[in-house]
Structure formats: C-alpha cells, structure tokens
Design a protein around this ligand. Structure first.
Ligand code: ADP
Length: 461
C-alpha cells in the first residue's frame, strides 16, 4: 500500500489526538460530575440526619417513642423518606413515603451495625439510602433516611447527551481544520522544494532563502545550503581536476607530436629518427606515469575501499621502496642512508599502496636534493605508532608553499618540477594513502637546508 502523503498523515494524527483528548476529557468530566453530585447528595443526607438528631434531642427526656414519632411526623414532608426502629426492631416512625417503597428498601439492621450509604432503585427512582444508629439520651435507635437522586442523574445524562451530540461535530471541524493547518504548515516546505528544484549545475552558487524562524524550516534550509556548499566545492574540485589533468596530458602529447612531425617533415638520418623515437618513448613513459597517478587520485576519491588491507611488515615495504630509488640516488651522486630498526613493524595495510607512498617521498627527496647531499630513511615505533621519516638535505620548501604542497597539481617550483618530471600529484596521492590507513603525513622544511616528511601509521601487534 502506498504510504499516505505527509499532509494527510499530519491531519489524521491531529484528529486522532484531538478525538482521544475530547473523549477522555468528556469521560473524565462525566465521572467527576457524578462523583461531585454523589458527594453532595451524601453530605445532604448527613445534614438531614443531623437535623433530625437535633430535633429528637430537643424532646423532653424520657419521652415515649410515640412522642418522638410525633416530632418526626411534624417535621417531615410527604415525600421525605425516613423510618426509625428501636433496638428490638420495632418501628418508632415510618414516613408516609416509606409505604410504597418498603419492599425495595434495604433492611435497617440492628443498632450494633455500622453506618451504610447505598444506592438503590425503588419505585422506578434512583435513591441514595443512609442507614445509621442514633443514640438519644442513652437509648439507641436505628434510623434510615433516603434521597431521590433522579434529578441529579438526569442532569448527568443530559450532560452526556450534549457531549455525544457535540463530539462528532467538533471532530468534523477538527478534521477540516487539521487539513487546512497541515497544508499551511507545509507551504514553506513546498517553497523550499520549488527553490531547490531551480538549482542546477548552471547556477550551483545560488542558495535557498533561510527563514529566520529558528525552527525545523530554518534548519532544513540551512542544511540544504550547507549541502549545496559541499556539492559546489566538490564540483569545483572536479572541474579543476579535469582542467588540470587535461592540461597535464596535453603537454606531453604536444611534445610527442612535435618530435614525430619534425623528422617526417625533414627526413633525416637513422640516428635522428632513433633520437626522435626515444624522445617519444620517454614522453610516453611519463604520460603513462601521469595516467597512473590520475587513476590513483580518482580511486582515492571513490573512498578507501580501493585498498586491499592485510597484516604486513612495514620494514619489508620500506626495503622494497628504498631499493627502487637507491640506484637513482647513486646516479645523482647522493648518499642514501637507511636507519631502520631491527625486527618487524606490523601494520594493517595495502602493501602496494604503502610502497607507492614511500617511493613518492623518497623519489621527491632524491629529485629535490642537488648533489652532493644526503637522503635518509628512518623507521621506528613510538607510542604504538609506526613512524617513518624521509629526510633530505635538498632545496627545502618555502613556508608559503608548505600548506599547499599536498594539493593536487601543486608544484612549489613549477619550472623545476617539470624538469623533475613531476605533475604535482605525488604528495596528494601520498597523503591520501596515509589517511586511508588511519595515519598522517606531515612535513617540516627549511628553504635551502632540506625537508623531513614524516608518516605515522597505527602499528598492530
Ligand atoms: P611533483 O610531482 O611535482 O614532485 P609532488 O606532489 O610530489 O609533486 O610535490 C609537490 C611539490 O612539493 C613539488 O613540486 C615540490 O615543489 C615540493 N616538494 C615535494 N617534496 C619535496 C622535497 N623533498 N624537497 C623540496 N620540495 C619538495
């Protein structure tokens, strides 16, 4: 079944809550009314009993039961229900109203019994009957008085009828009001939806109007705007990346084209062809490295799932990376030192990715250190972390460049970097790999003195 629209659901909930409240309130009011009326009837009965007691006490002491009966007869009306028996159960007085109802009245009992108040139906009328013992000048009598509660009951019944008649009408008004209210309440949401629909790639910098109402609608607009900020930023990053990547790819392609066109236009010797071809191969190698880096960056953007992690020995990875760059270092007449601790350092990582990270750092150290200089690879564990330092005595990095060197395509020294065959992706890739392993990559550098790149990874036992 298709879920109901939020507007209908709101109205239905509103009506359900209102109906429950109204019904509960009516029942509560009815019960309260009955209790209050019942309480006042009982109080009235006790008052009347008090009156009779006072009256009987005013009779001369030792007055005969007949005298008491006369006093009572004088002070009771035709409809008053009262009867009085002595301790032996013999009637002292029975008001005229008792005659027709006698059969339905509860027994008066004996003088030792406690006071009771009960409700009965007698002669078709609801009645409240008080039965108690009265002590008059040393003699105990059993007295019973009653009160017709019919008028009160009809008041309660009338109240219930009024409630029953009004509740459906009230609910109809509530349903209509509920629909109208929910429509009104959701109008701003419609407005936000319409405004959000207008925003597309073409006007991604546009934002939703934020109502200053300090409520869900303000929060919704602010959240959507924050989301648009993130989308715009990501979009700009992709745009920048695409532009930079195309630019980087265009340069080697243009170089290769020139290299191929020149001997084609001016045919030359075998040696010239060979030189042109080896130049093209060099550019192809560089381009394929660039494409490889671009793929790695793209994989990084898709999350760290691109990594296949396992328990690996970091020392082995470092040795492999060092071997890869060692020959380049010696070609450049640099001294390459390894200060790696004995034993193993276990980490949960992707062997290829980590090797790539250290090759990038070592490769940069060699690239940016003019001879004669030192490149040192240090590894140790500190505070449960595997710490790897790549130190060089090279050109160093300007303070102004340090915050940017991990950005994609950022090259501190553009001309020099291109000579060094860099596209400015290495450190971005290196940092992504470190972060994807729950680690960090930091740099400390002094222009003209050298740099230290430090990788920290969580070590496992
Ligand atoms: P590239 O491919 O240009 O080397 P990277 O992302 O690896 O790109 O490095 C970004 C920039 O950081 C480099 O262009 C260079 O200017 C600077 N850099 C990186 N490593 C070093 C280093 N060891 N010494 C000096 N500068 C460095």
């Amino acid at each position: 079944m298709r879920p109901l629209p939020i507007r209908t659901r709101l109205a239905v909930w509103y009506c359900a809550v209102l109906a429950t409240t109204v019904v509960a309130f009516s029942v509560f009011a009815l019960v309260e009314m009955r209790n209050t009326i019942g309480g006042s009837v009982d109080a009235e009965l006790r008052d009347r009993l008090g009156g009779f007691r006072k009256l009987l006490l005013e009779q001369p002491p030792g007055d005969s039961p007949r005298g008491l009966a006369a006093a009572l007869a004088e002070h009771t009306g035709g409809n008053d229900l009262i009867r009085m028996a002595d301790r032996n159960g013999a009637w002292v007085y029975r008001s005229p109203a008792v005659d027709s109802l006698e059969a339905q009245l509860p027994p008066v009992g004996n003088v030792a019994q406690p006071t009771t108040i009960v409700t009965i139906r007698a002669g078709g009328l609801p009645m409240r009957i008080l039965t108690t013992t009265l002590a008059l000048q040393g003699t105990a009598y059993r007295v019973q008085i009653g009160e017709n509660t019919g008028p009160y009951e009809s008041t309660t019944a009338r109240f219930a009828q009024v409630m029953l008649a009004w509740i459906p009408g009230l609910l109809i008004v509530a349903v209509t009001g509920g629909f109208w209210l929910s429509r009104r309440a959701l109008l701003p949401v419609d407005r936000i939806t319409r405004a959000a629909r207008q925003i597309s790639v073409r006007n991604l910098s546009q934002r939703l109007e934020v109502p200053q109402t300090r409520d869900e609608l303000q929060r919704l607009s602010e959240t959507l705007n924050a989301m648009l900020d993130r989308i715009e930023e990501a979009f700009q990053r992709i745009e920048r990346f695409t532009a930079d990547a195309s630019h980087e790819l265009k340069t080697p392609l243009a170089v290769m084209r020139t290299m191929a066109e020149l001997p084609l236009r001016h045919p030359g010797s075998d040696g010239e062809y060979r030189e042109a071809l080896s130049g093209i191969v060099r550019e192809l190698e560089r381009t394929s490295r660039l494409v490889d880096d671009l793929l790695c960056v793209a994989r990084g953007d898709s999350g760290s799932n691109a990594l296949k992690k396992a328990r690996i020995d970091l020392i082995g990875v470092l040795r492999a990376a060092a071997t890869q760059v060692e020959s380049m270092a010696s070609t450049q007449r640099l001294s390459f030192k390894r200060e790696i601790c004995d034993g193993s350092i276990w980490v949960d990582g992707d062997r290829d990715a980590l090797q790539r990270l250290f090759v990038i750092l070592l490769d940069n150290a060699v690239k940016y250190t003019p001879p004669p200089g030192d490149v040192t690879l240090k590894a140790a564990t500190r505070d449960g972390l595997a710490c790897v330092d790549v130190l060089d005595t090279g050109i160093g990095i300007d303070d102004a460049d340090v915050p940017h060197i991990f950005e994609r395509f950022y090259r501190a020294d553009k001309a020099r970097s291109r000579d060094a065959q860099g596209a400015g992706l290495g450190l971005a890739i290196a940092r992504w790999i470190a972060l994807a392993h729950g680690g960090t990559l930091a740099v400390e550098s002094v222009r003209g003195r050298g740099s230290v790149f430090t990788v920290r990874l969580p070590a496992i036992s």
